[in-house]
Ligand binder design. Structure first.
Ligand code: UD1
Ligand code: CA
Length: 453
């Protein structure tokens, strides 16, 4: 039987944040969710999360993880004290307890699984992950005996100058024999620089402590500061870009672009400088994105061009051109072969195939048919101050420049709207609607001469 406990009660003082540390994000995903992901190959019988600082907020953010048992640690008196809180919950439990620090976000599931397997075959009382780091500042140092077993872990701040030279560090990931751990947990004392109960002090009380060295120390970095958060973000971004280059994506200035792990790209996509693709995105073959674009939670078909534009929660068909300076807002869908041009904002609207909204428009709560041309400066006046209303525009219709369509309103198909019209009534199929006063032109209108005297 396997129980997993993730330590996430700490405040993360060094972050200087209103958020608990484990809710900081990397490539848009919280540290704690990353740790949960690293456990997803384990099929553990129990999943426990130790929380304390802003416990309610954390519980709320993780409510989708129904398998989690939340255990409160109040006050937060160290990692050993955190694990002591499990004694009740795991009273009759037999098996291994895998403990992970909630701030070690890059662990691969394979590494964690291997730790449990190795531990089981070694018959040790604890097996932990270690690594060698050239600059080990802040990490607990691992000291081994002649047989290569771990004899002691000493925290960075409790080390002598000599001990600080040791570069073998504790990754904060441990597989314990639960029965053995329960026996020593009550013996922890706070005789250290932080006056806390350290989980690492259980190691020299346990009969056999083994360690598995992780070759790539990047995998077990712990996040204590914003500097470390930023370094980790860079690492993730670099890996993501390199992965997608391997899959046929071109980056013009790769280090200026960011991606999320939930983006999928087709072949021969080009990503121009300063372009950011966030959340869940699906990008079709041969799209050209950027420079200077932001795309979030959106699906783009093939050969879509996006220049200096923002697209959020939208669905875009094939061969669509967007921008420069367009803002496509949530719940919008744009069909194939459309053009969304300069200074156009579209919200919660459907744009039919081969239609154009090319210049200076606001289209909100609208359903626009196929092959429609929305003239420059056309506005759907969708809001009456209290409610939002719908605009419908049928296939093959065209609106003149500077038209205002006051919703709710239905324009049929093949409708023409004269430039400068403010329409408040529905227009039937095949009609011209025009609403403006007649032009008055007066002849012989002498220009006033400026008096320069
Ligand atoms: C810890 C280890 C150190 C190791 C490093 C790896 C101890 C004493 N030290 O140090 O050997 O090299 O991780 O990254 O364990 N937490 C609680 N309750 C508490 C205190 C902490 O749940 O009372 C949680 C924190 O939220 C955090 C994790 O435990 O997720 C680790 O705590 P942190 O203070 O970051 O420990 P480090 O100093 O990094
Ligand atoms: Ca830490």
């Amino acid at each position: 039987m396997l129980a997993v406990a993730i330590l996430a009660a700490g405040k993360g003082t060094r972050m200087k944040s209103a958020l608990p540390k484990v809710l900081q994000t990397l490539a848009g995903t919280t540290l704690i969710e990353r740790v949960l992901t690293s456990c997803n190959q384990l099929q553990a019988e129990r999943m426990l999360l130790i929380l304390g600082h802003q416990a309610e907020l954390l519980e709320q953010k993780l409510e989708a993880y129904t398998e989690l048992e939340f255990i409160l640690q109040q006050p937060q008196n160290g990692t050993g004290h955190a694990v002591q809180q499990l004694v009740n919950a795991l009273k009759d439990f037999q098996g291994e307890l895998l403990v992970l620090n909630g701030d070690v976000p890059l662990l691969r599931p394979e590494t964690v699984k291997n730790l449990v397997e190795q531990h089981r075959s070694n018959n040790a009382s604890v097996t932990l992950l270690s690594t060698r780091i050239t600059n080990p500042k802040g990490y607990g140092r691992i000291f081994t005996n002649k047989q290569g077993q771990v004899s002691q872990i000493i925290e960075d701040r409790d080390c002598t100058v000599q001990q600080l030279k040791n570069t073998l560090v504790n990754a904060g990931v441990y597989c314990f024999d639960w029965n053995a751990l329960v026996n020593v947990l009550p013996k922890l004392s706070a005789r250290n620089d932080q006056k806390e109960l350290y989980l690492t002090d259980t190691i020299d009380m346990l009969p056999t402590a083994m360690h598995i060295e992780v070759d790539n120390s990047e995998e077990v970095v712990g996040i204590n500061t914003r500097q470390q958060l930023s370094q980790c973000e860079e690492l993730i971004q670099k890996r993501l870009r390199e992965y997608w280059m391997g899959e046929g994506v071109t980056f013009i200035d790769s280090s200026s672009c960011t991606l999320s792990e939930n983006c999928q790209f087709g072949r021969d996509v080009t990503i121009e400088p300063q372009t950011h693709i966030r959340g869940h995105c699906q990008i079709g073959h041969r799209c050209l994105l950027g420079p200077g674009s932001f795309i979030q939670n959106s699906d783009l078909g093939e050969e879509v061009k996006v220049l200096k534009s923002v697209i959020i929660d939208a669905k875009i068909g094939n061969n669509v051109a967007i921008g420069p300076f367009a803002h496509v807002r949530p719940e919008t869908s744009v069909a194939d072969n459309c053009r969304i041009g300069n200074f156009v904002e579209i919200k919660k609207s459907v744009i039919g195939q081969s239609s154009n909204v090319s210049h200076l428009s606001y289209i909100g709560d609208a359903k626009i048919g196929q092959e429609v041309n929305i003239g420059a400066g056309t506005i759907t006046a969708n809001f009456d101050g209290i409610n939002k209303h719908q605009t419908y525009i049928g296939d093959f219709s065209r609106t003149g420049a500077n038209s205002v369509l006051v919703a709710p309103i239905i324009l049929g198909s093949g409708v023409t709207v004269g430039a400068g019209s403010t329409l408040t009534k529905d227009v039937p199929n095949g009609s011209l609607a025009i609403e403006r006063s007649k032009q008055i032109t007066k002849g012989n209108w002498p220009r006033q001469q400026k008096n320069h005297s």
